[in-house]
Design a protein around this ligand. Structure first.
Ligand SMILES: Cc1ncc(C[n+]2csc(CCOP(=O)(O)OP(=O)(O)O)c2C)c(N)n1
Ligand SMILES: [Mg+2]
Length: 338
């Protein structure tokens, strides 16, 4: 049998790692080991993260919204350091001071997760401008939710990217909800590609359950962006669980959730691998077990890791050439001793 030329096994592996990591994040929270409760799981959205990351090159940069664990993992993040960050531990990517919603890492091109809806979008325009001026062939990819489609800064950013032919790709992960507000209660038009086209971007909408379609669309638009034609894509999917860990989704019916969770990119990829004869149940189960063990270890690592020292609070806030401010505790001691 001739197999289609695809990297579906790798995409499946990436998606399974994201799903299992997110399940462990939920466990971290349930065990009282997370730094705060604002943990936004991307279960159901793995097709977007894996498909688009597969179209990116090592020199490319990106920003994410608050639901960005999966995107960073797909990009090659170390899950132990990610979990430690989510647990507020010094071994985390931002020494435990960023947490789930503010992970960044320049070595992997992660210009920052951002908790402000749409907040990370202008940064990729700035990155794209710098690549163009430096003559680099890198692109910058901005990931955001459907909530940001109603934010003005997206349109300012799209306008500038198109006007200046910047190597930028805008990616809307449309999981149908902004917190408890369904998309059709937030806007009259969900033809998001048409909005982007109006600014002069190449645009597409794709089903996030089909990771290969996501990757192919991203490859096409990324190639355009690299050549100075910025792009936009909206990836449709369903957020399987609540907005954050405290949210039990009272605004969705059970029926809607049951139907929505059938839109499962991981299960679909697994079925495709089986039907194409690329894997069998035993080999896929073994892969899943290997990934489960890898992700279990992230919880043990986080539980055993040290918290950052309180007096390190101001470190990493100012540039290396700036004097470090006097820590509050030291300042108070000095004032009280006077
Ligand atoms: C500017 C701004 N307004 C409101 C909020 C509160 N808020 C946090 S997440 C969110 C919904 C975001 O929805 P979406 O962009 O679709 O991302 P999703 O959570 O679905 O991944 C809102 C309104 C915020 N963080 N920033
Ligand atoms: Mg949303």
């Amino acid at each position: 049998m001739t197999l289609p030329n695809t990297n579906l096994p790798e995409l499946y592996r990436t998606m399974r790692r994201i799903r299992t990591f997110e399940e462990r994040v939920a466990e971290l929270y349930a065990r009282g080991l997370s730094a705060g409760s604002m943990l936004h799981l991307s279960i159901g959205e793995e097709g977007a993260a894996a498909g688009i990351a597969a179209a990116m090159r090592p020199q490319d940069s990106f920003t994410t919204h608050h639901r960005g664990h999966g995107i960073f993992l797909a990009r090659g993040a170390d899950p132990g350091r990610m979990m430690a960050e989510i647990g507020g531990k010094a071994a985390g990517y931002c020494r435990g001071k960023g947490g789930s919603m503010h992970i960044a890492d320049m070595t992997l091109g992660h210009l920052g997760a951002n908790a402000i809806v749409g907040g990370g979008i202008p940064h990729v325009v700035g990155a794209g401008l710098s690549y163009r001026n430096l003559g680099s062939d890198a692109i910058s990819v901005g990931f955001f939710g459907d909530g940001a489609m109603q934010q003005g800064l997206l349109y300012e950013s799209m306008n500038m990217a198109a006007l200046w032919n910047l190597p930028v790709l805008f990616v809307c992960i449309n999981n149908q909800y902004g917190m408890g507000t369904r998309i059709d209660r937030a806007t009259r038009s969900v033809e998001f590609d048409r909005r982007a086209e109006a600014f002069g971007l190449s645009a597409a909408m794709v089903d996030g359950e089909d990771v290969e379609a996501v990757m192919e669309t991203a490859q096409r638009l990324a190639a355009g962006a690299r050549a100075g034609q910025p792009g936009f894509m909206a990836v449709s999917c369903f957020r399987f669980f609540g907005h954050g860990r405290m949210d039990k989704s009272p605004y969705r019916t059970e029926e809607e959730e049951t139907i929505g969770r059938k839109r499962d990119p991981v299960a679909r990829a697994r079925d495709a691998l089986l039907s194409r004869g690329v894997g069998d149940h035993a080999s896929l189960d073994a892969l899943d077990a290997e990934i489960a063990a890898e992700m279990d270890a992230t919880i043990d690592f986080t539980a055993a890791a040290e918290s950052p020292a309180a007096l390190s609070m101001f470190r990493d806030v100012y540039g290396a050439d700036q004097p470090e401010p006097e820590p509050l505790a030291v300042r108070l001691d000095r004032i009280l001793a006077a």
